[in-house]
Design a protein around this ligand. Sequence first.
Ligand SMILES: [Zn+2]
Length: 311
Amino acid sequence: MKIRFCGILYIILLFLLGCAKPSNYVCNTKVLPRIASHVILIGLDGFNFDDYGYIRNYHNINYLTIHGASTFNKRSVIPSSSAINWASTMMGVPPEMHGYTEWGSKTPDVPSVEINNNGIFPTIFSLCRDQIPLEETGCMFEWPGIKYLVDTLTISFVKQLNSEIDSIESNVDIICKYLHQKKPFFFFCQIDGIDHMGHTNGWYSEEYYSYLARVDHCIGMIVQSLKNVGILDDTVIIIVSDHGGHNNSHGSINLLDMESPLIICGKGIKNGYAIQEPVVQYDIAPTVAYILGLKPYPYWRGKVISDIFQK
Ligand SMILES: [Zn+2]
């Protein structure tokens, strides 16, 4: 009798174990409401203004600013270089935690304080895969260094774009086709040419601002494609850079390197609002998670930029 009772308990235990979901699958979309069903994060490497009055020369960037929430003082993490800041953008933590410390770090120079099953500090893409594994996510980038910082194994579609600066329009054509076909839940693209123009001709030079006009046109193409496919009204668009620059370089504590624009526009976002609270690079991932109704990782350190949302 005792043996038979233990056998029944064993069967019940097996049944319960069989029902348990994998630990990294936590579907909480019924718990947290979404602000919008799509977030398009446009990363403009080295994007900044030395005079914010110039923003009026860029129709699409200006439109998103006027109709969204923005700050021109988003702080980069130190040092104000690329891999460090794109890692913080994706991973929601400062470099002391993710461990990428140099311009082109491909692996953490200091061991990350946390790694997932793919051996990388969990990113906003990892969070999407953990909590909404069936939703489409996409990532395209001109700078090859991005692929080491996003947790590519968790992304539905990853593409390295042509890194020649004159490829920007054809690259954005590829992006628009993808957006049209897949209507991704979360999409990140990184455009690299502004940074190239800064290093080659000087930040805020005539050539730098001329190239920004091409980027502005491409942002208009992306917005139009979201409109054409019918998801613009349920989308939040975020424009962010990793750092600014001065003279022909960046990476210093000069505020022209350390501060740059953050523009957030779309469903549920205040119109024409100047963000009052301080914003740091690692606030982006938690803010994207909040918009998409995802629960942030407990070890993220960034804050949701809470004053951008309409009541
Ligand atoms: Zn950069």
